[in-house]
Design a protein around this ligand. Structure first.
Ligand code: BG6
Length: 474
């Protein structure tokens, strides 16, 4: 049997993509609330367009999302029915600290998550909590310039102390920052950063990144002090980059692209800035300001495990003409002629998951956790269900690749949570029609619908996979 007896099967969501209730329970406004659907979304999430208020013309899907704020009991019951061992969710920072810089937390927000975690335990589901999944209270953005300011480390520390103490015994798996490398690609969505000056953009990003890395190490330290049973992980948007050809220039380019992401995990898992990054920062003038004690903090507080999202591999060329094709994408990738793609152009590469698992494990030798994987597709609800064989196929092949990585290659893998186990709002496009779930939610891209939940065909399939601990993938 490939999967360990206590393998954590489950699903994953993020607060801003499913909760809604954006102004309920004392919650403050967050950067993620302000991302509309339509043409303004990309300029906003990349930080090139400043939109600090809602306007009449746009639709903001996070305001109501799939209304999980009010429906979480029903949803968790469905996760329980599928046999989930874990449920990955995120805390909305602005529910706990509406402004972000208060000294006292908002009790209503704390109670909401306490009840939610208790609900999980009713079904034997272990919560896996992302402390920040792209969200940052807007007050911290407007008053301090978000993570560019060192002050954010202290505010994040307060948040961590409060939640680690309050949820001791209820939560033991924590992730500090979702897809921490996304700050390079989607700076406003990933970290509340505005790109005000193109000249200094990269320097500002690396300063913000340093603050997040320090905050992550601090969170790891405090989590261990408050409860030695706590396990803290980092989280990378992963997927190896292949060279388009065996031309050494292409190979070198692919190594450089992968290092952009590995950099974060090098610091979080090994405890220091890698030499290639220091050299590059010196060359480019992007070296962040570090305070006394930062290096020791990073060194002494590395993560217990490494988690990542995997949707696809990437492909690159050193030829500038070929690369023109990829400009403007969140992750620059050429079309790989050997792979098929989803309806949104995300290339499907199950073996790429095995390759990624092996690369990360070889590099760090720490336990791994796949916390996002799945197929975003258009579903059709017919007779109260969706015949989503395409999703089953995608997941089957990826689970097989995980199984091979464990059984044949010896990779240590703690768990697997599929992305958007219940349909939710897409992070990149704001659409509802990009669906990942085992559970269909009646809601469209304009926010119309009853929000009623329906089981798809994949619901029973995943239930069987979990019950057989990954043996029965038919
Ligand atoms: C990851 C994020 O980038 O991918 C999620 O952590 C996101 O928040 C997921 O939803 C899938 O991307 P999308 O754009 O299809 O929602």
């Amino acid at each position: 049997m490939a999967f360990r007896k206590d393998f954590l099967w489950g699903g994953a969501t993020a607060a801003n993509q499913c909760e809604g209730g954006y102004n309920e329970g004392g919650r403050g406004l967050a950067n993620v609330d302000l991302a509309p659907t339509g043409p303004d979304r990309f300029p906003l999430i990349t930080g090139v367009k400043k939109m600090f208020n809602f306007d009449e013309e746009n639709f903001y899907p996070a305001q109501e999302a799939i209304d999980m704020y009010h429906r979480y009991k029903e949803d968790i019951a469905l996760f329980g029915e599928m046999g989930f061992k874990t449920y990955r969710l995120s805390i909305a920072w602005s529910r706990i600290f509406p402004m972000g810089d208060e000294t006292e937390p908002n009790e209503e927000g704390l109670k909401f998550y306490e009840d939610l975690f208790k609900e999980c335990h009713k079904y034997g589901i272990e919560p896996l909590v992302t402390i920040t999944h792209f969200d940052c209270p807007m007050h911290l953005v407007e008053e301090y310039g978000a993570w560019r300011s060192r002050k954010l480390v202290g505010f994040y520390e307060n948040l961590c102390r409060v939640i680690f103490n309050r949820y001791k015994g209820l939560v033991k798996y924590w992730l500090t920052f979702n897809e921490i490398n996304m700050i390079l690609h989607l700076p406003f969505m990933g970290a509340g950063l505005l790109i005000e000056d193109k000249e200094t953009a990269l320097k500002d990003k690396y300063q913000a990144i340093h603050h997040e890395l320090v905050a992550s190490a601090l969170a790891t330290k405090i989590a261990h002090e408050i409860d030695p049973d706590n396990k803290v992980g980092c989280m990378l948007a992963a997927g190896n980059t292949y060279p388009y050809t065996c031309n050494p220039d292409d190979v070198w380019k692919s190594i450089q692209i992968d290092r952009e992401g590995y950099f974060f995990i090098d610091v979080q898992a090994r405890g220091y800035y890698p030499r290639y990054a220091l050299k590059q920062m010196e060359r480019e003038g992007t070296m962040p300001i570090m305070e006394d004690g930062d290096q020791e903090l990073l060194k002494d507080n590395t993560v217990d495990f490494i988690s990542f999202s995997y949707y696809s591999s990437r492909c690159t060329s050193a030829d500038p003409d070929m690369n023109k094709q990829t400009e403007g994408n969140v992750f620059a990738t050429l079309k790989n002629p050997y792979l098929k793609a989803s309806e949104w152009g995300w290339q499907i590469d199950p073996l790429g998951l095995r390759i990624t698992l092996n690369s990360i494990y070889d590099r760090y030798q720490k336990p791994l956790f796949i916390v996002e994987n799945g197929l975003g597709a258009k579903d059709e609800l017919i007779d109260n269900t969706v015949e989503d064989d395409y999703r089953i196929d995608y997941l089957r092949q990826h689970i097989q690749a995980m199984s091979d990585a464990i059984e044949i290659d010896g990779v240590e893998l703690w768990g697997y949570t599929t992305w958007g186990c219940i349909d939710l709002v897409s992070a990149s496009t704001g659409e509802m029609s990009k669906r990942y779930g085992f559970i269909y939610v009646d809601r469209d891209d304009q926010g119309n619908g009853t929000n009623k939940r329906y089981k798809k065909k994949s619901f029973d399939w995943y239930k069987k996979v979990i019950a057989s601990n990954g043996e029965d993938l038919d």
